[in-house]
Design a protein around this ligand. Structure first.
Ligand code: SF4
Ligand code: SF4
Length: 457
């Protein structure tokens, strides 16, 4: 199959970057690249999705990479994994052709930030404000490429998502559920919370977002749900108002520079100096205008907040706030790449030390992959679960739909991704946010399936 054929099938299947960004994959596959990198770092503590999928579906992953290389013309493929993902390494090694190599990453945070992964696996550095393609590299995560293989070889659309449920739950696990399943049902699959009151993070403990409600549905980019006691540091920090954040920064920043010296972007040669940004915001002044604009190049990895700052300031939150302001006003960062810190490789943070610092030592448990079919009674398919324009519903209330049927389309030429029914059922309603489907049948109690009678209790 030629490049256009591969990209067309991936577009038809609604494949998006499963690592969190949700960039439509068919657009990536339409580019020309030298290197295709599989980012299997999964460095967020507690999440255990990609490492298990890479072991169990190694053939699909290798096939997805081969198709991606074919589509982009990449001459070299790299699969970046950590040494501790031994089952994945063992399963993949015999499947890789001569032009694909394994790269063993150190168990550090944030090895999964694609700018850092590229630097660790290839030695190339993405310029600040740039994208991997600027240096001839395209990056995809493990689940994305498995979806690519299934889309191209069997025409299978993306209808399910594998995610980890961990933290303060009875039995942490990694499950595959229909897209649109309520997070409440997914938490129930892990035996429910073991603390009260519990709060939940959507994603990993470093970069994940505090959930307002467990009624939110799983999307194509939901990598995990972490339950924690309401009073846990990671929850309280996320509840802090921006006003309180700025007040803490103004009264306690001692300009020790640790946030800058350990910033993963700064150490590989980006200008981004969080200590100077904090100072500029604190005193409402800035020497070099580019200093403030460099906030646009912050990855929001949260290392400065959770690890570096000795007095509890969050330069990351300040950067995020500045990014919102600059994006609204059309601000652009134009700085160039500088020299990397000669000991940059030694400045990244071992995950084994990060976990206790985050107060997650008691929650760092196995979350085995459990693929017992899950059949929720209803799903909510969000129309925006990708970068770009929201998809437009092509079904109406009362219509019957089958698993895999197209229910939302993207306009010709627009950036976006199609959406497909994740269950057999009937359209209950369509609103500006989502298509709501009701399952057409109760789960079969004798088949070992999970359904609303069990998971929705
Ligand atoms: S969140 Fe902090 S450590 Fe991470 S890139 Fe931004 S400034 Fe650097
Ligand atoms: S690490 Fe904290 S105290 Fe030190 S310069 Fe950065 S924000 Fe200020």
């Amino acid at each position: 199959m030629n490049a256009a054929g591969i990209s067309d099938r991936v577009r038809a299947a609604g494949v998006v970057g499963a690592g969190g960004a949700g960039f439509p994959t068919h657009v990536k596959l339409s580019a020309r690249a030298e290197i295709y990198l599989v980012n299997g770092a999964e460095c967020e503590p507690l999440l255990k999705v990609d490492q298990q999928l890479a072991a169990k579906y190694a053939a699909d992953l290798a096939r997805g990479l081969a198709l991606a290389m074919e589509s982009t013309g990449a001459r070299e493929g790299i699969v970046a994994l950590k040494a501790k993902y031994a089952p994945a390494i063992e399963a993949l090694t015999p499947l890789l052709p001569d032009n694909v190599r394994l790269h063993i990453l150190k168990d550090v945070y944030p090895a999964g930030d694609e700018v850092v992964s590229i630097w660790m696996a290839t030695g190339r550095r993405v310029p600040p404000g740039g994208i991997p393609l600027d240096i001839g590299v395209v990056v995809s995560n493990v689940q994305t490429l498995i979806n690519v293989a299934r889309a191209v070889d069997s025409g299978a659309p993306v209808t399910h998502r594998t995610l980890t449920v961990s933290g303060a739950v009875a039995a942490p696990l990694t499950v595959t559920v229909p897209v649109g399943t309520a997070l409440r049902e997914v938490v129930s699959l892990a035996g429910g919370p073991t603390v009260a009151p519990a709060a939940y993070i959507n994603g990993g403990p470093m970069m994940g977002r505090l959930l307002d409600s467990l009624d939110e549905p799983v999307t194509k980019t939901t990598g995990g749900i972490i339950a924690l006691p309401e009073k846990h540091l990671l929850i309280q920090r996320r509840r802090r108002s921006m006003r309180a954040e700025l007040s803490i920064a103004r009264t306690t920043c001692e300009q020790c520079r640790l946030c800058t010296e350990l910033c993963p972007r700064h150490i590989i040669g980006h200008e981004l100096p969080p200590h100077l940004i904090v100072r500029a915001v604190n005193y409402n002044s800035v020497g070099q205008p580019s200093v403030l604009l460099s906030a646009l190049t912050c990855s929001e990895c949260a290392l400065c907040e959770a690890w570096s700052c000795p007095v509890g300031i969050s330069p990351m939150r300040i950067n995020r706030s500045l990014k919102t302001q600059f994006r609204a006003s059309g601000g652009k960062y134009a700085g160039t790449l500088r020299s990397a810190d000669p000991i940059a490789a030694h400045r990244l943070v071992p995950v084994s030390r990060l976990i206790p610092r985050l107060g997650l030592g008691d929650y760092d448990r196995k979350a085995p992959l459990d693929e017992t079919p899950c059949r929720p009674g209803r799903v909510a398919l969000k129309l925006r679960q990708h970068l770009g324009a929201p998809a437009k519903a092509v079904v109406a209330a009362g219509e019957r739909v089958r698993l895999g049927q197209l229910v939302a389309e993207i306009a010709e030429g627009a950036l976006g991704a199609r959406i497909h029914a994740s269950i057999d059922g009937v359209v209950d309603s369509v609103d500006a946010e989502a298509i709501h489907l009701l399952a057409s049948r109760e789960p079969d109690q004798n088949s070992g399936e999970r359904g609303k009678n069990e998971a929705g209790k």
